[in-house]
Design a protein around this ligand. Structure first.
Ligand code: AMP
Length: 175
């Protein structure tokens, strides 16, 4: 099974992708985690993306696609945080073909809950200004992908507020 977890920052994509990947035996691929690893290890890519991520912007598509593509597992995956732009979505189709995704799970939560969760987790890019930028970036660049995948009939909307285990059950039931 090939899944995409889509939704605004703070919706719980990472947490839920991890749970669902474990439940279904899928590879969890998070571009955010990959970038954080590069930054922690001080690789050339990590140094290059540090400022962009700190400001809440998006890493250029070419760098992101280049990092992500070799990780795509033919046996199935959950993509968490990729694609985030239309060019990335087209790159995914090109890399895998028409069967790139069976479902796009859209986690939904109110802006109040999103901001609250992001400020609570205290990641380096979770300061108030960065959080605002990330929400704006999401609306502008990533939210249009919901329509993109809706046109393929693969969008599954799941309410992302409430307890972690409850949300995991909702996702598994919806798939
Ligand atoms: P995340 O852990 O998914 O919230 O990602 C953290 C940050 O990494 C984002 O705010 C972006 O700056 C960057 N990032 C992660 N995934 C992507 C992507 N697919 N395209 C561009 N930038 C990304």
């Amino acid at each position: 099974m090939k899944l995409l977890f889509l939704g605004p920052p703070g919706a719980g994509k990472g947490t839920q992708a991890q749970k669902v990947a474990a439940a279904k035996g899928l590879t969890h691929i998070s571009t955010g985690d990959m970038f954080r690893r590069h930054m922690a290890e001080g690789t050339p890519l990590g140094k290059r993306v540090k400022r962009i991520i700190a400001l809440g912007g998006l890493v250029p598509d070419s760098l992101t696609v280049e990092m992500l593509t070799p990780r795509l597992d033919a046996n199935g995956y959950i993509l968490d945080g990729f694609p985030r732009t239309r060019p990335q979505a087209l790159a995914l189709d090109e890399a895998v073909g028409p069967e790139a995704l069976d479902a796009a799970v859209v986690l939904e939560a109110s802006e109040e809950v999103l901001v609250e969760r992001m400020l609570a987790r205290g990641r380096a890019d979770d300061t108030e200004e960065t959080v605002r930028n990330r929400l704006v970036t999401y609306e502008k660049e990533t939210a249009p992908l919901i329509d993109f995948y809706q046109a393929r009939g693969i969008v599954v909307r799941v309410p992302g507020e409430g307890e972690i285990a409850t949300i995991t059950r909702r996702i598994l039931a919806a798939l």
